[in-house]
Design a protein around this ligand. Structure first.
Ligand code: HEM
Length: 142
């Protein structure tokens, strides 16, 4: 009987921990980033397919919107930055998003010109910008 109670307790505890994790909501910024990530993955997969050109341009438009929305949001880690340094922190964050946006323009230009080599170069740059952005602004990388 005692063992059964103990097991029930353990199972309940494990289950509630899982529920607690699942209930942890994404920040508004994380949601934008996830949308960007998903669109970028599809774009990378099909950029060389001429039949997908319109679809790819639409993906780029979605991505541009996520960057625009991200500008208006704060990274969650801003709460750990001293009040006096927050404006500079946000400015630096916005500047890195601007750089990212420009690189997506390079992807769009390469796509329109049908230049796969340039698209590949721009994708590599995006990866670097993402890594730097995540390091500087405390995102946990996937
Ligand atoms: C190709 C470029 C990028 C991609 C694909 C990308 C993707 C992602 C993904 C998938 C997440 C995780 C969301 C989650 O599971 O919680 C994330 C989080 C985050 N990213 Fe990006 N990211 C990119 C560039 C950047 C840049 C340039 C910055 C900064 C200027 C940035 C700042 C952040 C921050 C701060 C978070 C954490 C969310 C929060 O603080 O609320 N990311 N990103």
């Amino acid at each position: 009987m005692k063992l059964k109670t103990l097991l029930t307790l353990l199972i309940t505890a494990a289950f509630s921990t899982q529920v607690a994790f699942a209930a942890e909501e994404d920040s508004a910024l994380a949601k934008e980033m996830k949308t960007m990530n998903k669109s970028l993955r599809t774009l990378k997969r099909q950029i060389a397919d001429p039949a997908k050109k319109e679809d790819n341009l639409a993906l780029l438009a979605t991505i541009k919107k996520t960057i625009e929305a991200s500008h208006k949001l704060d990274p969650a880690k801003i709460k750990d930055v001293p009040e006096a340094e927050r404006a500079a922190y946000k400015q630096k964050y916005n500047a890195q998003l601007d750089d990212l946006d420009k690189t997506f323009d390079e992807v769009a230009a390469a796509l329109k010109a049908g230049n796969e080599g340039d698209a590949k170069k721009a994708f590599d740059k995006l990866t670097e910008q993402k890594e730097k952005g995540h390091k500087d602004f405390g995102a946990d990388d996937e």
